[in-house]
Write a protein that binds this ligand. Structure first.
Ligand code: XMP
Length: 515
């Protein structure tokens, strides 16, 4: 039987990351809701259980708690942040509001005799985010880590296989975090760490053929990595039984719609039916006068589904609706305890009026990097597989304030220049390659001078970030001469723009996108 670690979700922002890191250690991992019963947990036969962080205090009314029996199953448990406090609380230790709440990079000192901290530096930087803290470890526990302000930054009861850390080992800012998770799954849970996803494509194609038989499949293709990999997988499995509908909502990057058509359309590489819908004007009309970011997101998501439905009606009854849902979407929409920072466009929106019997989600158990691996195995061109992420609502959330066709043109042109210049520069020196980079149009108009004329035009914001996981990010050290060149090109080549800013803010407190 496949070895598995179960992550119990208490609503923290980084929960998916924990599962991803565990899979990177070579152990299959699933995320389940915090209220999963002890019997259901036992039924999953996990080799270990991880309790995640969360936004609550163990004392607050309605906070998710866990049953003491979880700690008596004979399965090793690691509590992280809120999960650590929960272990202390449930086992009669003391959790208190900290006199000083810790947030961000924090030095922690650990006892390197602990198996959890095997080969870990005794003092290292970790990522903290808490207002409560463990004031006193429960009886039977040894304190194995502390910080300046936190007396119990780590504790363990080795006899019962219970471990707790106040910091977040899953976040890349925690220098030794990956090693600590590795120690937990390998040395404490006894996992052999040999899970790999090599056979994913082969098994999926076989399973999809069996499931779909002679049925017809409809797939919404965005040109992004997930829907592209799902479409190619389905095309490999059932060929022309698959129809892909590609909605151009007029909020794509410059030339992007044509590029998608070149790959997936009739002159492209794959055996499938391809339908392109040019719905630009429809979206601009719906977005007229709307300035509130969440409202814009909602309209774009909603209209996307309506347009897709209209097209699907023309195709008639299909047997399956394919979606490029990936595991983070499943976790976010299924568990949904984390605070909503932004409502993501690709989560949970399903057309009500498409006539289909069943949904197929071939990527539903994969994380993004795993989807990319599958894409390469399927022979999808590298420029598509390693495309930088692009949000579902597209340029709609990169234009601060009202969206108009004119503003879309400005941001497309500015963005094309920035991507072109960065692309050329990182070919020569990939060492500072940002994970994501784009131009946005701010809502700021300011006075400038062009020739002898006064201008009153828009300001473009350039954003380039370095990140492993998009949960936290730093601004990329884009060389100054490159920024200068891009700025000159934008103000000269893009009409309506007379000023360019570079956004130096990290996430948090900012986010990657402006809206
Ligand atoms: P934020 O702005 O939340 O972005 O820091 C983190 C990452 O998510 C992408 N993003 C989205 N992706 N639908 C998506 O598919 C969305 O609605 C959406 N909003 C943000 C963003 O580009 C970045 O990579």
């Amino acid at each position: 039987m496949k070895e598995m670690i179960v992550v119990l979700d208490f609503g923290g922002q980084y929960n998916q990351l924990i599962a991803r890191r565990v899979r990177e250690c070579g152990v299959y991992c699933e995320v389940h809701p915090s209220e999963t019963s002890v019997e259901d947990l036992a039924g999953l036969s996990p080799k270990g259980i991880i309790l995640t962080g969360g936004p609550n205090s163990v004392y607050a009314e309605g906070s998710p708690l866990c049953k003491k029996e979880i700690f008596e199953m004979g399965i090793p448990v690691l509590g992280i942040c809120y999960g650590a406090q929960l272990i202390a609380h449930v086992l009669s230790g003391k959790v208190k509001t900290a006199p000083v709440s810790e947030y961000g990079r924090t030095e922690v000192t650990v006892n390197d005799k602990s198996v959890l901290f095997k080969d870990v530096k005794s003092t290292s930087i970790t990522w903290m985010s808490h207002t409560d803290y463990i004031a006193e470890a429960p009886s039977g526990f040894e304190v194995t880590g502390h910080t300046l302000n936190c007396p119990v930054a780590a504790m363990e009861d080795t006899e019962h296989g219970l471990y707790a850390v106040q910091f977040h080992p899953e976040v890349s800012h925690s220098e030794e975090g990956f090693k600590i998770l590795g120690n937990f799954v390998r040395d404490i849970c006894g996992c052999s760490c040999d899970w790999r996803m090599d056979s994913f494509v082969e098994t999926s194609v076989k399973d999809l053929r069996e499931k779909i038989g002679n049925g017809r499949v409809l797939c919404a293709l965005s040109g992004g990595v997930d829907s592209s990999v799902a479409a190619v997988l389905l095309s490999k499995a059932v060929g022309k039984q698959l129809t892909c509908v590609f909605v151009d909502h007029g909020l794509l990057r410059k030339n992007e719609a044509d590029e998608v058509e070149a790959v997936f359309g009739p002159d492209g590489h794959y055996d499938l039916n391809f339908v392109r819908v040019n719905a630009q004007d429809h979206f601009y009309e719906k977005l007229k006068g709307v300035t509130e970011p969440e409202k814009k997101r909602h309209i774009i998501g909603e209209e996307f589904i309506r347009v897709f439905e209209e097209e699907a009606k023309k195709i008639g009854q299909v047997d399956f609706l394919a979606q490029g849902t990936i595991y983070p979407d499943v976790i976010e929409s299924g568990l949904g305890k984390s605070a909503v920072i932004k409502s993501h466009h690709n989560v949970g929106g399903l057309p009500d009026h498409v006539d289909f019997k069943e949904i197929v989600e071939p990527l539903r158990m994969l994380f993004k990097d795993e989807v990319r691996k599958a894409g390469l195995e399927l022979g999808i061109p590298e420029h598509l597989v390693f495309r930088q992420p692009f949000p579902g609502p597209g340029l709609g959330i990169r234009i601060v304030g009202e969206v108009t066709a004119e503003k879309v043109k400005m941001v497309q042109d500015a963005d094309a220049i920035f991507r072109d210049e960065i692309g050329k520069a990182i070919q020569n020196d990939p060492s500072w390659k940002p994970a994501q980079y784009y131009a946005a149009l701010t809502n700021l108009r300011s006075v400038g001078v062009m020739g002898d004329e006064r201008t009153y035009d828009y300001a473009v914001a350039l954003r380039a970030v370095i990140t492993d996981d998009f949960m936290t990010a730093n601004s990329a050290p884009v060389p100054f001469d490159l920024l200068t060149r891009v700025t000159e090109r934008i103000v000269n080549e893009v009409s309506g723009v007379n000023r360019v800013f570079y956004d130096l803010t990290s996430k948090p407190p900012a986010t990657v996108e402006l809206e």
